[in-house]
Design a protein around this ligand. Structure first.
Ligand code: PA5
Length: 440
């Protein structure tokens, strides 16, 4: 099962054949520059070939260490922020049990998995320390720079906790660092303390790193088959690179979102109808916003869990300013069939649903919502994902990274840097009086 599909055919009258034809040469030139690593920011295009050109020795080491982690702890904590953690989290939530951490131990073959280092909250960290009390712990700290404040603070506190609990040498066997190959504070610390380390490749930025050790180690700990994720990504890479224009789904997604943007839509909302997509949406949001929001350009991205958010922001989508379009992420094949059964008294008046699966009802909710939003002038795009499995996941990651990079190039920005993120850091470090940042 796999085979992601992109469909924009619902938007009759909004996207004309000429719109697609007019931009074709520009799109194909941007694609050529991207796949040949000749585009702006080309020093960060290592992810383009990663699915067919990854370090197999490190990949095997990831599997071996993932097994060690699974066998040696009750709680596994992944520390990181932004692109350093969202990929892993999105995979684990997409493939795993919705209530994984709450399942009784005998029903779980893997440790509980927690995420940290993506805020500076005392409450969050205090509660995390309470939640892991008495448990055996392993940690994966993920930071390319090794200096990101949120993850560095969290790591220092958890490292001290581990060293107190286990002693320095046993703690070192339980700490796994994913960082730059040669430089940075984390690399230095890991070498000094003897932590097992994994590499964030030089030519891959955080938000394009899910298929490197950044995503693969935590995902492997969760029990997922990382070979199959790479197979799915390699399959999608082939489709992205080989197919030309209108038959190329990632190219079309990048093209259509730029066309819609040119028609004065400034916000793309990514909606899903399955909670397992929630963190895929979070990953997507960061990927596209951090890549495209530059030089006062770019679509603003927002994510929604439907039908939940139809009872929250649905009113705004239906009747608010006409500034957005919607992309729906749909799961084609949904397992765990639940069927509505006949009730003799039918007080709730639900017998008209007799024999229908929840997935059937959910998909009708999706179609009905799409029709309502189209009627209200909200263009709708559909991305259907084959199934809740590793191959589909690998396809999805590659599809979005390729489409995002291409979309940014069409827009005329560098999709691989993030200069704007430095501003809050400069201001924060000035206030914290960090040496080198204090205003003189
Ligand atoms: O996508 C990105 O590049 C960022 O979101 C980074 O991943 C994030 O800022 C964390 O950086 P680092 O891995 O250096 O701690």
């Amino acid at each position: 099962m796999g085979d992601l599909k992109f469909d924009y055919s619902f938007n009759k009258g909004l996207i004309a054949k000429e719109d697609i034809e007019n931009i074709k040469d520009k799109v194909l030139e941007c694609k050529r520059l991207l796949v040949n690593h000749e585009c702006v920011g080309n020093e960060f295009t290592g992810w383009v070939d990663l699915p067919v050109n990854y370090d197999k020795t490190e990949f095997n080491r990831i599997k071996k260490n993932a097994e060690y982690i699974r066998n040696n702890c009750d709680a596994f904590i992944v520390i990181g922020i932004g692109g350093s953690v969202l990929g892993a989290r999105s995979a684990i939530e997409f493939l795993g049990h919705t209530f994984h951490n709450l399942m009784p131990e005998e029903k779980r073959s893997i440790p509980q998995i927690f995420f940290a280092g993506y805020n500076i909250s005392q409450i969050y960290l205090t509660h995390l320390l309470e939640a892991i009390e008495g448990k055996d712990i392993c940690i994966n700290i993920v930071s390319k720079s090794g200096t990101t404040l949120e993850s560095a603070i969290t790591f220092r506190i958890l490292r001290e906790y581990m060293e107190k609990k286990y002693g320095k040498s046993e703690a070192a066997k339980r700490i796994f660092a994913t960082t730059d190959k040669k430089k940075g504070a984390l690399k230095k610390l890991a070498d000094e303390e003897g932590y097992e380390t994994f590499v964030v490749p030089d030519d891959i930025g955080g938000r394009y790193s899910v298929l490197s050790a950044v995503g693969m180690l935590p995902i492997a700990v969760s029990g997922a088959d990382i070979d199959k994720i790479m197979e799915g990504a390699a399959y999608m890479r082939e489709r992205c690179l080989k197919n030309d224009y209108e038959t190329n789904d990632a190219v079309m997604y990048a093209t259509i979102r730029n066309i819609i943007h040119s028609k004065k839509k400034y916000i793309e909302i990514m909606a899903n109808y399955e909670p397992c997509f929630h963190y895929i949406n979070e990953w997507w949001k960061q990927l596209f916003s951090e890549s495209e929001g530059k030089n006062h350009k770019g679509l603003f991205t927002a994510s929604f869990d439907f039908t939940t958010d139809l009872h929250s922001q649905g009113q705004y989508i239906q009747d608010g300013p006409r500034v957005m379009f919607e992309t729906v992420l749909m799961l084609e094949n949904v397992p765990d069939e639940v069927v509505m059964k006949h009730s003799d008294n039918d007080i709730e008046g639900l017998n008209y649903l007799d024999g229908k699966t929840l997935d059937y009802i959910n998909k009708k909710a999706m179609e009905g919502t799409r029709n309502a939003h189209l009627e209200a002038g909200v263009p709708n795009l559909l991305i259907s994902v084959g199934g809740r499995n590793e191959k589909s996941l690998g396809e999805m990651y590659y599809f979005f990274m390729f489409a995002c990079a291409l979309s940014g190039l069409i827009l005329g920005i560098n999709p691989f840097d993030q200069p704007g993120v430095e501003s809050y850091k400069r201001n924060m470090f000035t206030l914290l009086e960090r040496p080198g940042y204090v205003d003189k």
